[in-house]
Design a protein around this ligand. Structure first.
Ligand SMILES: NCc1[nH]cc(CCC(=O)O)c1CC(=O)O
Length: 328
């Protein structure tokens, strides 16, 4: 054992290795979490850049056969022991737990809302009929179609900068992206309108991050990783993700869910909307929660709301959306 390894307090321990994708958004959010951990615990952290399939493929996200394309490369590095921990966008994380890995921390959530970036500073309500709005997400297309069936929704992918470029070039009139992601790539000034949850529910976990490490090393790694855990955010995203797993849906499903944990209460709103926006099941429910650490209550809330929605046909809407996706 080295001198560093045996030192007290861990202050001279070798830097922890944080694996990150290479995109601006990934490195920004990874660096942000690393800085906060170092600030709170003194633990040094170094970033390791990793290339993931989701970053290089040209296929539409919805055609990649589901969830996890952004997280799998990082998970492989974790399991192999090449890195100590990883920071994911929580909404990209499949709801089924990964074997051998543990969600070490869920930091405080950023703005969870979706944002419109339109030409000429236009608001969503002021886009002329027939305007072309780019988004690759079935959840956004469905909810936007319910609000404005007179607009044309164009599937796009690529990083935020690529998508914004299609508005700048005139190819599209607007794009819809997560507000949090735009902030992380320094493009908050491109936002011309923001969707309140009453208009459009964000994806489960949107705006939140997940810090993941190996189960077998969790005792050592949690010593510094738990410094960024935010229990209220964890309760919220657990409720949101339970809706998704109960509906047997993934990140490519037309499911919006948004929970708020404040003042001893947990409020959950969810929507499942058919791709054309015409059919929808929307529900909300609030429960008392004695402590944000009471995750059983968060799971129970998500499960009860999802079951209520399934009784109203939400599972059929999800199944139809998948059938459409799988039709060439
Ligand atoms: N699906 C890609 C993805 N994963 C996380 C974000 C944004 C940041 C977040 O929601 O945490 C985005 C881009 C987007 O949806 O606009």
């Amino acid at each position: 054992m080295t001198a560093e390894g045996t030192s007290a307090e861990g202050t001279t321990a070798a830097p922890a290795k944080l694996g990150t994708r290479r995109s601006t958004m990934a490195t920004t959010q990874s660096q942000g979490v690393a800085d906060t951990i170092t600030e709170r615990t003194g633990r040094a952290i170094e970033l390791e850049l990793i290339t993931s399939f989701g970053d290089v493929t040209k296929a539409h996200l919805t055609q990649l056969g589901g969830t996890g394309v952004f997280v799998n490369a990082l998970r492989d590095e974790l399991v192999a022991g090449a890195i100590d921990f990883a920071v994911h966008s929580l909404k990209d994380l499949p709801t089924t737990p990964a074997e051998g890995l543990v969600l070490a921390a869920i930091p405080e959530r950023d703005d969870p809302r979706d944002a419109l970036c339109a030409r000429d500073g236009l608001k969503f309500a002021d886009l002329p009929a027939g305007s072309k709005v780019g988004t690759g997400s079935p959840r956004r297309v469905a909810q936007l179609s319910a609000l404005r069936p007179d607009l044309v929704y164009v599937p796009i992918r690529g990083n935020a900068e690529t998508r914004l470029g299609k508005v700048a070039s005139g190819e599209l009139d607007a794009v819809v992206l997560a507000y949090a992601g735009l902030g992380r790539v320094g493009r908050r000034d491109d936002v011309t309108d923001v969707f309140e949850p009453e208009q459009m529910l964000p994806a489960p976990g949107q705006g939140a991050l997940a810090v993941e490490c190996r189960t077998e090393r969790a005792d050592a790694d949690l010593a510094y990783l738990s410094s960024v855990d935010h229990p209220a955010t964890r309760a919220e995203v657990v409720a949101e993700r339970t809706v998704l797993s109960e509906l047997e849906a993934g990140c490519a499903a037309p499911v919006g869910a948004y929970a708020e944990c404040t003042g001893g209460r947990l409020r959950l709103r969810a929507a499942v909307v058919a791709t054309d926006g015409a059919t929808a099941v929307r529900r909300e429910r609030t429960v008392d929660i004695a402590s944000p650490e009471d995750l059983d209550t968060a799971v129970g809330l998500g499960r009860d709301l999802a079951r209520e929605m399934i009784a109203e046909g939400a599972d059929r809407i999800v199944a139809e959306a998948f059938a459409e996706r799988d039709t060439p």
